[in-house]
Design a protein around this ligand. Structure first.
Ligand code: XMP
Length: 499
């Protein structure tokens, strides 16, 4: 029998008959007949079984991306911030509480003054705490008066040693816990005041409502809020961190994210499953990159997070030789979980708004981004200037620096000795970008336009209607500005090779 000379020569082996896996740049959305205007596209989604978002975007659980300030900005603009876990449990809990309390109509952590403090002491205290007025209370927290900068100023000019009780307004307008925001505003307009202490039946201070707080809340009509109106927030927990999971759950986190580089591991799955049984919050399990992994967690997960090595600071693929190009990973996982109605979150590798559109078109319900937000004002860390340009630090949670901070178990390792770290990420810097809200506006604007090109009025329709075409290297080059010198920076485009 004649044999194929190539096969005989060993050119073909079963091992190397391999499937192809694709990522963002390999594909484009096929434009379709449409009646969807981008501004009308509905981008609301679900991040987990019980948590809806108005914008399908999450900020990554990384120590150079998400603490309370980022999470507050994300939720106010309709998305979700996930507090990182390179903080001790107590500090992480404080961060979660800060987000939950940020837009509370009734402030609980009230800055108060005592009647015997001097006006200059209270002046300094208010400046330190960033408030403009304070209820004056006795030793039993009973409200005696209220003092503001306006009350203090004339006293400071004459004698800064005068006591608060002389300068304060003692006919205080107070209200009970039952007061509605609209009633509180009416009360403030009627009496020309800016804050109303909330008291119980015996005049004990229980909270404070401010005009600024109420107006600020109205400004964010698209915010992601829970049933009580508090901002939504997520918290990362290590795969074996039951104590952190319990603390974050008690602090009011809406979604816990099992934070593991390879969740398709028997011990991780067992532990994540028991965490899911222990907490009231939704539990998103990740990261995974294959349909087999998705099937192994879908029965207990409230959401599944996808991404093995696509991140901008990741070296997982080069260090370990393992990984899955992100578009294929998303599509496989989405396909495997589709009968179960469990949301899929695409985590990592997004550089442009078009990548968000592709991720959702491939089957994701939401996307998580690190580098995109690391350069914003709200991200932890300061702005540094290098060669006349402004940057902020951005590092992988598998970098040596981050692992020293306590995140080595994300990579299922706990080395005793620093020299034993086998990092799967790098420490880097990313261009400084200004406010998170404007970055998010660009990202969501691009997504809406993508939905317009495909004729998808909402996220579900986008997933169903979208078709991809494969792009050649020449096609990729054609898709970026070419044969020109860019003279003005666009708010949503930076060439790949320019940091
Ligand atoms: P982007 O591309 O948005 O990716 O910056 C953020 C995501 O990357 C993951 N991550 C890492 N992956 N080594 C990795 O292999 C790391 O050191 C590392 N740190 C973060 C993580 O999923 C994040 O959301």
């Amino acid at each position: 029998m004649a044999t194929n000379p190539h096969e005989e020569a060993g050119f073909y082996t079963e091992k190397l008959r391999v499937p192809e896996a694709l990522t963002f740049d390999d594909v484009l959305l096929r434009p379709k007949r449409s009646r969807v205007e981008p501004d009308e596209a509905d981008v609301s989604t679900r991040v987990s079984s019980n948590v809806d978002l108005n914008v399908p975007v999450l900020s990554a659980a990384m120590d150079t991306v998400t603490e309370a300030a980022t999470a507050v900005a994300m939720a106010r603009n309709g998305g979700l911030g996930v507090i990182h876990r390179n903080l001790d449990v107590e500090e992480a809990t404080v961060q979660v509480e800060r987000v939950k309390q940020a837009d509370e109509t009734i402030i609980r952590d009230v800055v108060t003054a005592s009647p015997h403090q001097t006006v200059s002491e209270v002046d300094r205290m208010m400046a330190r705490e960033g408030v403009n007025g304070a209820p004056v209370v006795d030793d039993d927290d009973r409200v005696l008066g209220i003092i503001s900068g306006t009350d203090i100023r004339p006293y400071l000019e004459v004698s800064d040693r005068d006591e608060v009780q002389e300068a304060m307004t003692d006919e205080v307008i107070t209200a009970s816990e039952a007061i509605e925001p609209r009633e509180a505003l009416e009360l403030m307009y009627e009496h020309k005041i800016e804050r109303v202490p909330i008291v119980d039946d015996e005049n004990h201070l229980t909270g404070l409502i401010t005009m600024q707080g109420i107006l600020q809340r109205r400004e964010y009509s698209e915010a992601a809020r829970d049933e009580d109106g508090a901002l939504r927030v997520g918290a990362a927990v290590g795969p074996f961190e039951h104590d952190r999971a319990e603390a974050a759950d008690e602090a009011g986190a809406d979604v816990l994210f099992i934070d593991c580089a390879h969740a398709h591991n028997g011990d991780v799955i067992d532990s994540a499953h028991s965490i899911a049984r222990e907490v009231a919050a939704d539990v998103v399990v990740g990261n995974v990159g294959t349909r087999e992994a998705a099937r192994d967690v879908v029965d207990f997960a409230d959401g599944i997070k996808v991404g093995i090595g696509p991140g901008s600071i990741c070296t997982t693929r080069v260090v370990t030789g393992a990984g899955m190009p992100q578009i294929t990973a998303i599509a496989e996982v989405a396909d495997a979980v589709s009968p179960h109605d469990v949301p899929v979150i695409a985590d990592g590798g997004v550089r442009y708004s078009g990548d968000v559109a592709k991720a959702i078109a491939a089957g994701a319900d939401a996307v998580m981004l690190g580098s995109y937000f690391a350069g914003t004002d709200e991200a932890p860390g300061r702005v540094v200037t290098m060669n006349g340009k402004k940057y902020k630090q951005y590092r992988g949670m598998g970098s040596v620096g981050a692992m020293q901070g306590g995140d080595a178990d994300r990579y299922l390792k706990e080395p005793d000795d620093e020299e034993e770290y086998v990092p799967e990420g790098v420490e880097a810097a990313t261009p400084y970008k200004g406010s998170l809200a404007s970055e998010l506006t660009q990202l969501v604007g691009g997504l809406r336009s993508g939905m317009g090109y495909v004729g998808a009025p909402d996220v579900e329709a986008f997933k169903e209607r979208a078709e991809f075409v494969r792009v050649s290297a020449a096609g990729q080059r054609e898709g970026h500005p070419h044969d020109v010198v860019i003279t003005d920076e666009a708010p949503n485009y930076r060439p790949d090779d320019v940091a």
